[in-house]
Design a protein around this ligand. Structure first.
Ligand SMILES: C[S@@+](CC[C@H](N)C(=O)[O-])C[C@H]1O[C@@H](n2cnc3c(N)ncnc32)[C@H](O)[C@@H]1O
Length: 177
C-alpha cells in the first residue's frame, strides 16, 4: 500500500514518549523503515537506553529484512518490552499474531485508512459483517472501521487505547498483560 513515511511525526513521537517504560527497554520496530520515529523519541526524551531491533520488508539500516508477520510468528517475543507496528495501513494481521502468541508488553500502532477506506476482510468478519454484506457494498464499512478496530481490541482484552487521531489516521498505544 502506498504511504508517506512519518507524516504527523510529532504526534507519533509524543505518543511514544508518553507511554514508554521508565527503565531501559527493548523495542521491536516491526515496520522499521529508517527508524525516524525512534530517533525522534530518543531525542525528545533524552533517553540513551532504548534498544531498537528493526524489521522491514525492504533493505533498511538497522533492520532485518522480511515480512514482519513471519518474524512475529517465529521469534521469542518475550525479549521485547515494546512492539511498534507503524504500518501504512491497518496492522490487523500483526496484532492478531500478538494476541495468538499471548504477547505481554506495550504495543504502538498506526491505523491509516487508504483513500478508498477499504477495511481488512478479517476485521469485518470479526465485527459480524458477512461476505455477502461485504460484496454488496465494500466501501460502506469504511466509516465504522476505527470503531470496529477499537471493539475488536476490547474483545481481545485491551482495556485502554491511548491515541492521537486526525481524519482517517490514528496513532495508538495499548498494553497487553
Ligand atoms: C510508515 S513506514 C515506517 C516508518 C518508520 N517506522 C520510521 O519511523 O521511520 C512503513 C514501513 O514498513 C515497511 N513494511 C510494509 N509492510 C511490511 C511488512 N509486512 N513487513 C515488514 N515491513 C513492512 C515498509 O517497507 C516501510 O518501510
Amino acid at each position: 500500500m502506498p504511504g508517506t513515511d512519518n507524516s504527523m511525526l510529532d504526534a507519533k513521537t509524543q505518543l511514544r514518549a508518553d507511554h514508554i517504560p521508565n527503565q531501559p527497554f527493548v523495542v521491536l520496530d516491526a515496520f522499521g523503515g529508517f527508524g525516524e520515529t525512534w530517533k525522534n523519541v530518543a531525542k525528545k526524551t533524552g533517553r540513551s537506553d532504548i534498544h531498537r531491533v528493526g524489521i522491514d520488508a525492504q533493505d533498511r539500516p538497522g533492520c532485518v529484512k522480511g515480512d514482519n508477520r513471519k518474524w512475529l510468528k517465529g521469534i521469542d517475543l518475550s525479549r521485547f518490552d515494546v512492539i511498534d507496528l507503524d504500518a501504512y495501513g491497518i496492522p490487523y494481521d500483526q496484532v492478531s499474531i500478538l494476541f495468538r502468541r499471548n504477547y505481554s508488553g506495550i504495543v504502538f500502532f498506526t491505523f491509516i485508512q487508504a483513500y478508498e477506506g477499504l477495511v481488512p476482510a478479517k476485521l469485518l468478519a470479526e465485527s459480524g459483517i458477512t461476505k455477502p454484506m461485504r460484496k454488496k457494498c465494500p466501501t460502506i464499512w469504511a466509516h465504522s472501521a476505527w470503531q470496529m478496530w477499537l471493539d475488536w481490541l476490547a474483545n481481545n482484552g485491551v482495556k485502554t487505547v491511548w491515541h492521537r487521531s486526525k481524519h482517517r489516521k490514528h496513532y495508538g498505544c495499548f498494553v497487553l498483560e
